[in-house]
Design a protein. Structure first.
Length: 139
């Protein structure tokens, strides 16, 4: 106990009035402390309730944001796959177009080579003909 009380004595023990007053004072002090402790407990309980509600809101917000991010990643991945697929298809079509053009150019080149050979042969025949005619004139 904080303060030790010394009671005065009377004929048959301690002074009853003093003891009763002391007990009333102690009771009042303890009731006051009890009320203060209850008030503090209520304040802390309310604070804990507020913190729990905030935590629940944060948790809900976090879960919603996590789901949004996951959905965004899934959507981005799907779009990336589609873009890659489209690009691959376009590249294959362009490759086929270029291969077709190359094939056509090869055919043109073969045709030109044939024409050059024919022209050479024709030129040789003409030259032979004129050479024979010149030789015939000179003989």
């Amino acid at each position: 106990m904080e303060n030790e009380k010394k009671f005065s004595s009377e004929m048959f023990g301690y002074d009853k009035k003093e003891v009763e007053e002391y007990i009333k004072a102690i009771k009042s002090e303890y009731e006051s402390r009890l009320q203060a402790e209850k008030a503090e407990a209520n304040r802390l309980s309310n604070e804990i309730t507020i913190i729990r509600k905030k935590l629940e809101r944060y948790e809900t917000d976090y879960i919603e944001k996590q789901e949004k991010v996951a959905n965004a990643l899934i959507t981005a991945e799907d779009q990336a796959k589609k873009i890659i697929e489209i690009a691959r298809d376009e590249a294959n079509r362009e490759k086929e177009r270029i291969e077709h053009l190359i094939e056509m150019e090869k055919e043109k080149l073969i045709d030109i080579k044939k024409e050059v050979i024919e022209l050479k042969e024709k030129t040789i025949r003409i030259l032979d003909k004129y050479s024979n005619e010149m030789n015939g004139l000179l003989d």
